[in-house]
Ligand binder design. Structure first.
Ligand code: PEP
Ligand code: MG
Length: 865
């Protein structure tokens, strides 16, 4: 087994073995780009090390030593050679990027002797700055000694000598190094002077870092397998900290927040890479390089273009400038916001770089949910003052209570609070708290700081570099303009503008831009399934149509009976003691429903609108508590005992399997007749007003042919009476829900009597598995954890069982009724994985809640590609 590859031996496609960073360094080397020479130790070598837990094998050491020799040859420098010193960086690099999750050591190869000769060749300040960084990073990564100890020593000496570290003289630096080494001995360790020993320790630590807590949390979160391992990249050092003509930067070939097609990033002069990521100094914009180092800037923008053209996507590049010469340290496909994802994809298609299909496939459907992130209501914003302003690092509008530590974030969220994590800066240890927070705010750092990168990946609202805040995590308070705020303070965070406000501000939905609509249009062009909405209120119907719903696949009429005055009429109808009383209640309900349907059809117009007749069991409408029962009895002028008696009569042991759906329609025909009448009357009125509508009436919970025929007859007879009475006819359709397994098996017979089917996968799943849909939460998490189920079948359709029943129903239904229209209106109708299954089964459309419409439109397109 080969365990070490020089950069020139690898390529981008080898990322499983070389890790993402190593594979791309190899690819860039072979493209002739300026990459410092180096080699990669493979991910398999890492797993071999972790499995054996016996140090680096002789075989691996031999390969590393040989690679060092080749590196020395190519650079003309020597490891530990005081005349021409080779220093290297050691960096982890897993298959997929895990920002800040693992470790890096820079300037490896320096020791007490070589630092002196290195100082002679370069400068005192520079050489010692490199050495003290090595001591700090090595202590942290290899021995887990807190960087805080070292920072305190620097601070103390700077105070003692009244000068900045970089102005120290030889004696003062020597004192610093002595103190640093004492930190080692205080912690029972010694800094190895031999470069090869340093390297051996560093490589082992990077290997081990694969299993550190924060890496494990990150893997769990992003579903990264534990056996991938990390590669280790050893590379000749180039120095961004070697003077004013040097520096280090991170840049994106396009703006990762907005997607704007312009190089975007940050540069820190006279600094090493970790300074930027740690967010300790706030960097300058990359565009400012155009003035300070015009040649470097031009070369860099050309490199950006080349890398984008090569990788066909936006790149996130780390680079260093050493004395005016540009070096590339990393490139990878850049993480970006949902908004930027859509814009970049649309731009790349328009630029002819990728095809429409490729563009559509690149956007994860769930991402569109982020695009529809809320924003603060402009009205509410007008009346509040800005507390502070930082850099908008990840979009959204979030509100919650301030916490200062990940632990408190966890504790308060467990108590059901919404929290906002406020810190000077975040580090990978904070990951658990960041995941739980509504927003992340830091007082330091730029758009590529740890907080910003992680928040964007999580889709969490984030503001960084908010200099107006002074955060004291220890004391649990922050100060703004002389005022102090403590934990629990409610704030609102605007991830789109970088602004913070005191208190909770009302939010509303974001306006989406032209690129979003373009992507949606492209999606519709390739789709084979339609996307409809489950909606019944005017607000939801309007939203659904704005999001591009083709029509309404399910309007649940029971939702219309819960408003207070209607509920009373419903109760009057259910509790009626005489036919007259029932009739009277139904007449009032008819007038309500007629208005409801009029309003709904007036919005959907010529688009399809499927109204489902009443479905739930009667007792859901009845009062439960003593207080409510007395109130209802009072309002209906009935004795409390009588009401209680009737409630007891209506009680069912198993209501979801009981007197509901069409069973109710058959035993209480007045209800379905009333609903059919309300639909037809409102549609005739609209047609007369010049808006021709074709209502579709859907019967729930059908399990047999006789049941369907009986229910249909009740409805059709009433409609015919109405046509005669009003002397006017309109076209209409009658369909059935398919939500009982038996209905799937006799679908051919059912299809002869209806115009359409709609799969109610909620009930169909409930009845196929025999899992009560209202009680699954009690066992589902454990079932998934124990791999008894691969996923919750109420969220993603069970292809093997429920899916098979659906397939049978589709096939049988179309056998006897080729023009049968077939949809899916259960919750899984808006789930991307389920949509793949529905595409195979060949239904005509899916129907889902309004906010999932864009996601479903993209999913049906992807299913068709
Ligand atoms: C279903 O059962 O999938 C369905 C859409 O109907 P409901 O959820 O109202 O029972
Ligand atoms: Mg149902």
């Amino acid at each position: 087994m080969k365990r070490v590859y020089d950069f020139r031996e690898g390529q981008a496609s080898m990322n499983q073995l070389l890790g993402g960073k190593g594979a791309n360094l190899a690819e860039m080397t072979n493209l002739g780009l300026p990459v410092p020479t180096g080699f990669t130790i493979t991910t398999s070598a890492c797993m071999e090390y972790l499995e054996k837990a016996q140090g680096l094998t002789t075989a691996l050491m031999q390969e590393i030593n040989a690679a060092i020799c080749r590196l020395e040859e190519r650079t003309g420098k020597g490891f530990g050679d005081s005349k021409n010193l080779l220093l290297v960086s050691v960096r982890s690099g897993a298959r997929v990027s895990m920002p800040g999750m693992m470790d890096t050591i820079l300037n490896l190869g320096l020791n007490d002797q070589t630092v002196e000769s290195f100082a002679e060749k370069t400068s005192l300040a520079f050489a010692y700055d490199c050495y003290r960084r090595l001591l700090q990073m090595f202590a942290d990564v290899v021995y887990g000694i807190s960087p805080q100890y070292f920072a305190s020593e620097i601070e103390e000496l700077e105070m003692t000598y009244h000068k900045d570290l970089l102005d120290f003289n030889q004696k003062e630096f020597a004192e610093l190094i002595t103190r640093f080494k004492k930190i080692y001995t205080d912690n029972g360790q010694i800094f190895p002077q031999e470069p090869v020993d340093q390297l051996t320790e560093a490589v082992q630590s990077v290997f081990k870092s694969w299993n550190n807590h924060r890496a494990q949390v990150y893997r769990r979160l992003h579903k990264i397998p534990n056996d991938w391992g990390t590669a280790v990249n050893v590379q000749e050092m180039v120095f961004g900290n070697s003077g004013a003509n040097s520096g280090t930067g991170v840049a994106f070939t396009r703006n990762p927040a907005t997607g704007e097609a312009k190089v975007y990033g940050e540069f820190l002069s006279n600094a090493q890479g970790e300074d930027i990521v740690a967010g300790i100094r706030t960097p300058e914009k990359i565009s400012e390089l155009a003035d300070s180092m015009p040649k470097v800037y031009q070369e860099f923008t050309e490199v950006c273009k080349r890398l984008e053209a090569h990788y066909l996507d936006m790149q996130d590049i780390e680079f260093t400038v050493e004395n005016g010469k540009l070096y590339l340290l990393q490139t990878r496909t850049g993480k970006r916001t949902a908004k930027a994802t859509v814009k970049i994809v649309v731009d790349l298609v328009r630029e002819g770089v990728i095809s429409k299909e490729e563009g559509l496939m690149r956007v994860k459907p769930e991402l569109l949910n982020q695009l529809l992130h809320p924003v603060f209501s402009p009205k509410a914003l007008k009346v509040v003052d800005i507390l502070a302003k930082g850099l908008p690092a990840s979009p959204g509008a979030a509100t919650g209570k301030v916490v200062f530590t990940a632990t408190r974030a966890k504790e308060l969220t467990e108590l059901g609070e919404k929290v906002i994590l406020v810190r000077q800066e975040t580090s990978p240890e904070d990951i658990e708290g960041m995941v739980l927070s509504q927003a992340i705010v830091t007082s330091r750092g730029g758009l590529t700081s740890h907080a910003a990168v992680v928040a964007r990946g999580l889709g969490t609202c984030c503001v960084v570099g908010c200099g107006d805040l002074q955060v004291d995590e220890q004391k649990g308070e922050f100060h703004v303009h002389g005022k102090t705020y403590t934990e629990g303070q409610a704030i609102s965070v605007n991830g789109n503008t970088g602004e913070l406000y005191l208190g909770i501000i009302e939010t509303e939905l974001m306006e989406v831009d032209e690129t979003f609509y373009t992507l949606m249009t492209w999606a519709d062009e390739v789709s084979q399934l339609g996307v409809c909405a489950n909606a019944e209120t005017v607000k939801d119907l309007t939203t659904a149509l704005q999001f591009g719903a083709k029509g309404v696949g399910l309007a649940r009429t029971e939702h219309m009976f819960f408003a207070s005055e209607r509920l009373l009429e419903m109760r009057r109808m259910i509790l009626a003691e005489t036919p007259e009383e029932k009739q009277q209640a139904l007449a009032t309900l008819l007038s309500y429903q007629q208005q409801d349907f009029y309003d709904m059809f007036a919005i959907t117009k010529e688009k399809s609108l499927i109204v489902r007749l009443l479905d739930p069991p009667m007792h859901e409408f009845l009062p439960q508590t003593e207080k409510d029962i007395i109130e209802v009895a009072d309002s209906l002028a009935k004795p409390v005992t009588k009401v209680k008696e009737m409630i007891a009569t209506l009680h069912e042991t198993n209501p979801m399997l009981g007197h509901r759906g069409c069973r109710l329609g058959i035993t209480e025909p007045g209800i379905y007749q009333m609903q059919a009448e309300a639909i037809i009357r409102s549609c005739i009125a609209l047609t007369k007003a010049g808006i021709s509508v074709k209502p579709k009436i859907m019967i729930p919970l059908i399990g047999g042919v006789a049941e369907l025929v009986a229910t249909k007859t009740i409805i059709v007879e009433r409609i015919n009476e109405l046509f005669a009475e009003l002397n006017s006819e309109i076209p209409y359709e009658i369909g059935t829900m398919i939500e009982i397994p038996r209905a799937c098996l006799i679908a051919d017979k059912l299809a002869e009597h209806v115009d359409f089917f709609s799969f109610g996968t909620n009930d169909l799943t409930q009845l196929t598995y025999g899992y009560s849909r209202d009680d699954v939460a009690k066992f589902m998490p454990e079932y998934i954890e124990k791999h008894i189920l691969p996923h919750d079948p109420f969220q993603t359709v069970d292809e093997e069982g429920v899916g098979e029943l659906m397939r049978i129903a589709v096939e049988k239904g179309r056998q006897t009724n080729p023009s049968l229209s077939i949809g899916v209106c259960g919750e899984v109708g808006g789930d991307p994985d389920s949509i793949q299954v529905f595409q195979k089964i060949k239904v005509d459309y899916v129907s889902c809640s309004p906010y999932r419409i864009p996601l479903a439109r993209l999913s049906v397109a992807q299913a068709a590609i």
